[in-house]
Design a protein around this ligand. Structure first.
Ligand code: ATP
Ligand code: MG
Length: 543
């Protein structure tokens, strides 16, 4: 028996042991009405993870019962994202593949006296549904004979009625304490072109009816969904029992993933895209898998994150700092070190010979312990970051100040002798001297410095736009507040920086750590290449 990683695997183990199931078949069931987000990654890892662990199967099941919102673009994006996470599905199925079966099962229910055609409007049905404390009222059409219902249902399919004029309802119990069991609508009339079946159908099954049937038709054993469907499980089971499904698939609910500062709702993400608040679904600030990929987060990190947060039966919110810590852990071990300055300040080393350029060794990644190095060049003219210099240093300031020493990463110790100011009083240039005996790895200067800062050689530096990001959503929230009121309008920070040419020589997806700044990668923004932040180096958000 496999060791269970969560309560769902425990259930599966028990069922296998008791012979209730002989194999495991799951499905990942997105509705193709938007791009997948990080919440979906949890469901993907769970469903495909179970497939892999138990040597079972898992389908990609596209739930396209709602023709108004679904598009092929979204289907393609969903497939790309699952593949990016490294999973493969056994079959690609669609609810619409089963429309004919679902229709036949509806007729079966009608013939058994378990469903009836109702002439009430959607509003009337909803008004008669009752409340948590009061039963609902039965439809006046509930007593129609099976023959009459069958004839009317066939007329519905044949297009003899207007949209909303009639619907098919399951005949269950208007007094059930579970409102979902109060004669739920299972088919509606809707003249809407479907992205796969075109205008073949003018009636569409409701999700709660279609889902158990589609699961059964595919041979799904465990139908995993999020907690908000717990109250729908009695209906899921009712459909399976009334239609005589054997073996009957089992629905198990788990908690949704919620992450602070991230919105996990396709509807809202779509709004951001449509209103131009972001540059498309794959904007690096988006919590979509396409956005996260573009941001430069490797799929291993997401899978590891989903593993670490686990699967539970209670809803909770994960701190975004935890996700960032997972990204940082990975990049610390895997990202190359490189140098780039966001706010360049010119430094002239007056005692360094003019017209000379020197090669120095630069360690590619101190975390990988291999000690691999590459060459960087050094000269009299360099740039450092304005943030690494202070005119008015606080106590224990270890970076550069007037009259003070600092080490340039993998190069020399320098001292700032003079500050040149521009017209507006800003620091324009730092006149410095270097200590020739202080070369990294061969330092005989005897000067002790605590600060190490990054720099780029002015002769070879590449001018580049560098982008850092804030969250799309502000932290604060109060009940009833709309997401748009939480929108952070300053979520992109743009710098005119300078980087060593090396960062443009590797493949576009290479991640770099810029010393004390963060992890970055190249990103194409409307045909222009910029350096785009993956995650900052510091844990800014752990208050
Ligand atoms: P949204 O509200 O973003 O549209 P959804 O639940 O309607 O989400 P679907 O495309 O219907 O999205 O979901 C596909 C599968 O992914 C479902 O099994 C759903 O339960 C699961 N899922 C969606 N969001 C999350 C989440 N935040 N955490 C875990 N699983 C999720
Ligand atoms: Mg949905």
């Amino acid at each position: 028996m496999k060791e269970a990683a969560n309560f769902i695997e425990q259930i599966i183990n028990e069922e296998l042991e008791q012979g209730k199931v002989t194999g495991v078949y799951t499905r990942f069931p997105p509705e193709p009405n938007g791009y997948l987000h990080i919440g979906h990654a949890k469901s993907i890892c769970l469903n495909f993870g179970i497939k892999e662990k138990y040597g079972g199967k898992c389908n990609l099941f596209l739930d396209d019962t709602n023709p108004a919102k679904e598009k092929t673009e979204f289907v393609d994006a969903i497939k790309k994202d699952i593949e990016w996470l490294g999973f493969s599905w056994d079959k690609e199925t669609y609810a619409s593949d089963y429309f004919e079966n679902i229709y036949e099962f509806a007729e079966q229910l009608i013939k058994a006296g378990k469903a009836f055609v109702c002439d009430m409007s959607a509003e009337e049905i909803s008004a008669a549904r009752g409340t948590l404390t009061e039963p609902g009222r039965e439809s006046p059409w509930r007593g129609r004979s099976a023959e009459e219902n069958l004839a009317l249902f066939r007329d519905m399919r044949a297009g003899k009625f207007k949209d909303g004029e009639k619907c098919l309802r399951a005949k269950i119990d208007m007094a059930s304490p579970n409102i979902n069991m109060r004669d739920p609508v299972i088919y509606r009339i809707l003249r809407q072109t479907h992205h796969r079946t075109g205008d073949k159908w003018c009636i569409y099954p409701m999700y709660d009816f279609a889902h158990p049937i589609c699961d059964y038709m595919q041979g799904v054993t465990h139908s995993l969904c999020t907690l908000e469907f717990e109250d729908h499980r009695p209906l899921y089971d009712w459909v399976g029992i009334e239609l005589g499904f054997s073996p009957k698939p089992r629905q198990i609910e788990f908690a949704r993933l919620n992450v602070t500062n991230l919105v996990m709702s396709k509807r809202y993400l779509k709004k951001l895209v449509e209103e131009g608040d972001v540059d498309g679904w794959d904007d690096p600030r988006m919590p979509t898998l396409a956005g996260i990929r573009n941001r430069g987060v490797p799929p291993e990190v997401l899978k590891d994150f989903c593993d670490r947060i686990g699967v539970s039966k209670a809803n909770s919110e994960v701190q975004i700092s935890y996700l960032e810590a997972c990204i940082r852990d990975y990049l610390n071990a895997n990202a190359e070190r490189a140098m780039a300055v966001l706010k360049p300040v010119k430094v002239t080393l007056t005692n360094y010979p003019e017209g000379v350029s020197e090669e120095l060794d630069f360690e590619i990644n101190p975390a990988d312990k291999s000690g691999r190095t590459r060459k960087i060049t050094f000269s009299r003219d360099i740039y450092i970051d304005a943030d690494d210099f202070s005119l008015d240093p606080p106590p224990k300031y270890f970076r550069l100040k007037k009259g003070g020493y600092v080490r340039l990463k993998s190069a020399y110790i320098i001292r700032c002798d003079e500050v040149v100011f521009g017209k507006d009083g800003q620091v324009e240039e730092l006149i410095c001297t270097y200590v020739p005996e202080s070369r990294s790895g061969a330092d005989t200067s005897g000067i002790k410095v605590k600060g190490v800062i990054q720099w780029v050689n002015a002769k070879t530096a590449v001018d580049t736009e560098i982008r850092k990001y804030g969250y799309l959503l502000n932290d604060e929230q109060y009940p009833g507040q709309d997401f748009s009121e939480r929108m952070n309008r300053e979520s992109v920070m743009i710098f005119s920086g300078k980087a060593e040419p090396y960062v443009f020589e590797n493949s576009e997806n290479t991640a770099y750590q810029f010393i004390r700044t963060g992890y970055f990668k190249r990103l194409n923004v409307k045909g222009r290449e910029v350096l785009s932040e993956i995650v900052s180096l510091k844990d800014n958000f752990n208050k």
